[in-house]
Write a protein that binds this ligand. Sequence first.
Ligand SMILES: Cc1cc2nc3c(=O)[nH]c(=O)nc-3n(C[C@H](O)[C@H](O)[C@H](O)COP(=O)(O)O)c2cc1C
Length: 310
Amino acid sequence: MYLTFGVTLIDITTKIAGIRLKNPTILASGIMDEDAGSMKRIIECDAGAIVTKSIGLNAREGYPNPTVIELDYGILNAMGLPNPGIKQYQQEIVQLKNSKTPVIGSIYGAITKEFIELAKKMEDYSVTALELNLSCPHAKSYGLELGCDPKLVQEITSSVKDQVSIPVFVKISPNVTNIVKIAKAAEDGNADAIVAINTVKGMKIDLELGKPILSNKIGGYSGMAIKPIGIRCVYDIAKNINIPIIGVGGITTGEDALEYIMAGASAVQIGSGVYYRGLDIFKKVCVEIGQLMKAYGYKNLPEIIGVAHK
Ligand SMILES: Cc1cc2nc3c(=O)[nH]c(=O)nc-3n(C[C@H](O)[C@H](O)[C@H](O)COP(=O)(O)O)c2cc1C
């Protein structure tokens, strides 16, 4: 996608694992992506790609309310991965079959076998790529998430890669001691790209009740407050791996997106930002990226990816 500013042409096209995106903004998983209608609306708002809600094998209702709290600088949520299950989700995703905008199918499971089954189904549904959400508690060690164990991350990634022919992205969590180790494990499992980061664990206490507000007590923090954490993660990962990175966490403006790109991201995802700036956020961020590129003398995105490392 070219943006024109007077006589200056700015190219904001990017590429991830051979997939061409007309611009680097992608809808993050979990926001307006449970049904075909809302995903189509985001596509019409010019997102470069969209990620579906994370889908599991069976339908899940999620946790009881309260599941979302708006805080001063972000959003705390513990939805409990509500989703209709992979069979039911087919009727949503097939409606996007002819979309020119890439659709990335997000899946979660508790064991490798589940990821394989889900990955094959998503591929049958004609998604452009897969995103493995590794934040599900591991069936064998309750409470510990799959994404905390590098061995499991490599095993799940390589097992899925062996079974599908579409690109596989691995979404990782900042709630680990060493995120680079996890990203490397995904790279060793032949992942096509890393998506960083998922939400940061947090909590909010109601003073009057003397209790955590969320029904699940602990939630995932997203939005503006987590941007510096995401930037640091992307920067560290980019220093140590050779596959593309998709940056996510706290992006609401073109300036935020460009920071991620300079840290090493080839594209960015926007989640909570949709609540703050509305559906037009994708268009707005693209224009802002273009304006900043013009101001700093850049003509295309490859010139900018990872410049903060030089
Ligand atoms: C309400 C809500 C639901 C989410 N659901 C999912 C999900 O199903 N799968 C997933 O991988 N991430 C999920 N996320 C995490 C986002 O995709 C993203 O990684 C995170 O919110 C950080 O980006 P942001 O600051 O732009 O929101 C969810 C986030 C929110 C706020």
